[in-house]
Design a binder for this molecule. Structure first.
Ligand SMILES: [Zn+2]
Length: 284
């Protein structure tokens, strides 16, 4: 989104007034004079976290990556199909534009804590919320909430900036190993995700789990292969490799029989181990 368009919905947290482009490439509050630095065209509302390891750009799409990633692409594109293109969408944790292709032709704002070239605004919403209250139609937070330490501060900000009836689309892993460490903080059950709705005035429109037992099995195999087998020596390692090769072969044969992962209500699912959850919250 262009900066002048973005400025229409940003307000100074101190006094509630809007910002203007000031001299020397900064944003300046038109009332109290508060200054927000810019990096190029990107307003920097918060400092870049110390531990961050900037991500490389990866190709994303409907058939790219793990089944969970594909399921999230589907989750977003299915939802977008039901939405008018004029809806203002805030993509929180947009990163390198993982979902930019799906959002093409949409009115969307890419927010992150790091000024990637694909980003429109740098802001840690758990520290400050520069968005005009009730100004956003929909928030995307796809595989992001687990990387935020203060979940409650984040949900509070999101509930404030959403319009009444606005949506929050959340995808959050459950049985996915830690990633982007050390900035990986939480896994929640659907009971907690339900409670978040209660706490922040967000009605649950949809809450499903994505179940993928074969991915689960693959992770188990990798857990044997790397931390255990690698350390073994001699005949033990030989035997271990042989057995693991057998398991991998059987897993390979099982894949087409078991099929791809599936979506199910976690309240009805037989398994208590979803890969992750997909939730649509509606602001009351
Ligand atoms: Zn101000």
């Amino acid at each position: 989104m262009r900066l002048n368009k973005l400025l229409e919905i940003l307000v100074c947290e101190g006094c509630g007034e809007g910002f203007q482009l000031g001299q020397g490439g900064v944003l300046r509050c038109s009332q109290c004079g508060k200054v927000v630095p810019m990096q190029g065209n990107i307003p920097m509302f918060t400092d870049i976290p110390d531990e961050i390891q900037p991500s490389d750009k990866e190709i994303r799409g409907p058939d790219v990556g793990t089944p969970w990633r594909q399921a999230n692409w589907q989750f977003l594109t299915d939802w977008l199909e039901t939405q008018n293109t004029d809806k203002l969408i805030l993509d929180v944790g947009a990163g390198r534009g993982d979902f930019a292709e799906a959002l093409e032709g949409r009115n969307s704002i890419a927010l992150d804590v790091y000024p990637y070239p694909e980003v429109d605004i740098v802001c840690d919403l758990t520290k400050t919320n520069p968005f005009r209250p009730a100004s956003i139609d929909a928030v995307l937070m796809l595989n992001v909430l687990e990387h935020i330490y203060d979940t409650h501060a984040m949900l509070k900000s999101l509930a404030e900036l959403l319009k009444p009836g606005g949506k929050l689309l959340l995808a959050i892993p459950f049985m996915v190993k830690m990633h982007q460490i050390p900035l990986d903080f939480v896994r929640y059950t659907h009971f907690t995700l339900g409670q978040f709705g209660e706490d922040y005035g967000l009605e649950i429109e949809q809450l499903v789990g994505f179940y993928d037992p074969m991915f689960f099995l693959g992770e188990g195999i990798r857990n044997i292969q790397w931390p255990i087998l690698r350390k073994m020596r001699g005949p033990r390692q030989y035997m271990g490799r042989l057995l693991l090769g057998g398991i991998r072969f059987l897993a390979h044969l099982m894949q087409p029989v078991i099929g791809p992962g599936h979506i199910k209500s976690p309240y009805e699912a037989f398994s208590l181990a979803p890969t992750g959850y997909q939730v649509v919250y509606k602001k009351k």
